[in-house]
Write a protein that binds this ligand. Structure first.
Ligand code: ATP
Ligand code: MG
Ligand code: MG
Ligand code: MG
Length: 562
């Protein structure tokens, strides 16, 4: 591409309104321009880097049988009403009306559209599993659009959705996606961690965020250097200690201990790894389900409970009751998440805590990956302490460190949250209608452009790695009035292109200082400068990454670059 023909409006001054270095640099080097708050144009160079990111995303999606489609950004309000999110989503959803005063939203996400599409077209388990994705513009009226492309109001997302007949099938696709995401961020050259995340309002069971470690990240993650443990701090281990009085403890010790169901029985229902689980049993106390959390060495049983609670009847809950209780609220990777309104008591504090929640006063039996307030009620009986730097890692390996992260990807097991609400069913192998079991998987494609811009730069400008660079080679004749220079540069332009290099050819009649400053800002991996030695067929080749430069004969250029 001849630089005189393209559009690269570089800036000499650092833009005053840009607050982080990726944003500054993308503006200065002429990759993007802001249109209005949180809304950007991707200029030719920015578009080219985006295309490379998209290509890597596409390759890794296709590798796990995720198939591309494109859905509408303009979405009828009726769909969002079916899922209940027309009201629930709040002011972040961009809403508008057509000329007949009918309500619409601009897609903030596409669960509703895809669920209705699949509902209408897929009728049998034989067509499952099915995973579809798109790369498309999303709209969210963020409260604080900032940091350039990192938090836009109009941005580009890759969003994939999977449909399954069984939980096992969802688990498989989730694991495939986890690997595909790891491949994508590795290929992009990013320093990232996959972290246990908060399912938030979207609901569901099991979710990871992919975080690029960066000081400007808006999330904090807790991780261990000696293991894979990493969690968003919102979900990191919460140590909950309950303040049982000695007296209450002694009372309980006196109560006899007849037969009881083992903790393992219940934790296997709950699908929670035993060591990650609060010791818990579910009892039906006078017709009300009560989750009892036990201390490690403390046995729980119905008689003890009956006495302690002063109840008339206490029975272990039926399997069916437990299933209903845990419903959509138990994470397969987390511990018991307690639905709002369920009473929880701790066995060694039953006298004092009837309606509260407690963890255990012993290592290994703490709540892990829960969100106080949302997953359980916080009250005066509880001492809550978030995990801290230097704490032992919950998996026992190493100590906890904190880091800031940029959320670049997020994968969710949705379960039947959307399909059940929207009546999206298929016929199973018994001919019975079942709601689709779903997963969803997002990547912030335009946010990634900012994340890579943040990482791949130095004081002079960008330092693009080969897999992301907008062009491979910057070809710069110093003086375009010099015939020898122009002749050699023209030859090299054709030659390098014939070897399939993408070449940016600075054919502009600008001063050398301007050309070099622009070339530094743009930051292509290789710069070939054609200067005073052009008549001898010698060019200067400079590698942006290492800073090394060489004088090479034009004949040896292609061989040496390879
Ligand atoms: P955040 O916590 O940063 O607001 P989110 O959790 O709301 O993000 P998701 O709904 O999980 O975002 O969307 C999937 C991906 O889309 C995110 O992981 C992120 O990379 C990207 N994304 C979300 N909001 C924005 C935004 N306002 N601008 C750019 N990218 C975004
Ligand atoms: Mg958000
Ligand atoms: Mg988030
Ligand atoms: Mg998210």
């Amino acid at each position: 591409m001849k630089q005189s023909k393209t559009f690269i409006p570089t800036l000499r001054e650092v833009p005053a309104d840009a607050d982080v270095k990726s944003h500054k640099q993308l503006l200065r080097a002429g990759f993007i321009r802001q249109n209005t708050s949180g809304v950007y144009s991707y200029l030719p160079l920015g578009r080219r880097v985006l295309a490379k990111i998209e290509q890597i995303v596409r390759e890794e999606m296709e590798a796990v049988n995720s198939i591309e489609l494109l859905m509408p950004a303009l979405q009828a309000a009726e769909l969002w009403q079916e899922s209940g999110r027309w009201d629930a989503y709040g002011p972040e959803l961009m809403r508008l009306q057509d000329r007949h005063n009918r309500d619409f939203a601009l897609g903030a996400t596409h669960e509703e559209v895809i669920t209705s599409l699949v509902r209408d077209e897929i009728k049998s388990y034989k067509k499952l599993p099915l995973t579809l994705y798109q790369i498309q513009t999303k709209f969210r009226d963020e409260k604080r659009p900032r940091f350039g492309l990192l938090r836009g109001r109009e941005f580009i997302m890759k969003d994939a959705y999977s449909f399954h007949a069984t939980r096992e099938s969802l688990d498989e696709t989730y694991d495939d996606m986890y690997r595909a995401y790891s491949n994508i961020f590795t290929r992009l050259g990013l320093n990232f961690r996959a972290v246990i995340a908060d399912a938030g309002s979207i609901g569901g069971k099991g979710t990871h965020e992919f975080m690029v470690l960066s000081e400007i990240g808006e999330d904090t993650i807790a991780y261990s250097d000696s293991s894979d443990y990493a969690a968003n701090i919102e979900m990191a281990e919460v140590v909950v200690e309950y303040k049982a009085s000695e007296e209450a403890m002694n009372e309980l010790e006196k109560v006899s201990t007849p037969d009881q169901k083992s903790i393992e029985d219940v934790s296997s229902f709950l699908n929670v790894p035993a060591n990650n689980c609060i010791k818990s049993l579910v009892f039906n106390v006078d017709g009300e389900l009560v989750v009892v959390l036990a201390r490690g060495d403390h046995e729980i049983n119905d008689i003890k409970l009956k006495n302690a609670l002063g109840a008339t009847s206490v029975e272990l809950a039926e399997e069916q009751e437990i299933k209903e209780l845990i419903g959509a609220s138990i994470g397969s990777i987390g511990p018991v998440k307690l639905p709002v309104g369920v009473k929880v008591v701790a066995d060694n504090a039953v006298k004092s805590v009837r309606n509260g929640v407690a963890g255990a006063n012993e290592d290994g039996f703490h709540f892990v990956n829960v969100n106080p307030e949302r997953d359980f009620a916080v009250n005066d009986y509880l001492d809550i302490r978030f995990i801290q730097v230097g704490d032992p890692s919950p998996d026992g390996n190493g100590v906890i460190k904190f880091a800031e992260g940029i959320e670049v990807g997020h994968i969710f097991k949705l379960g039947t949250t959307y399909s059940a609400k929207m009546g999206a069913t298929f016929l199973d192998d018994q001919g019975k209608a079942q709601p689709f079991i779903m997963g969803c998987y997002g990547i912030g494609v335009s946010r990634l452009l900012a994340a890579v811009a943040e990482q791949f730069q130095d004081d002079n400008g960008f330092v693009w790695p080969t897999q992301l660079t907008p062009y491979d080679i910057h070809l710069v004749p110093v003086n375009v009035k010099d015939e020898a220079q122009v002749g050699l540069a023209d030859d090299l332009y054709s030659l390098l292109q014939s070897y399939r290099y993408d070449v940016l050819y600075d054919d502009r009649a600008e001063r050398a200082g301007v050309k070099f400053a622009d070339a530094d800002l743009i930051g292509l991996p290789v710069r070939v400068t054609v200067g005073k030695k052009a008549a001898e067929g010698i060019v200067e080749v400079k590698f942006r990454h290492s800073g090394e430069s060489f004088e090479w004969q034009k004949e040896e250029l292609v061989d040496r670059l390879n």
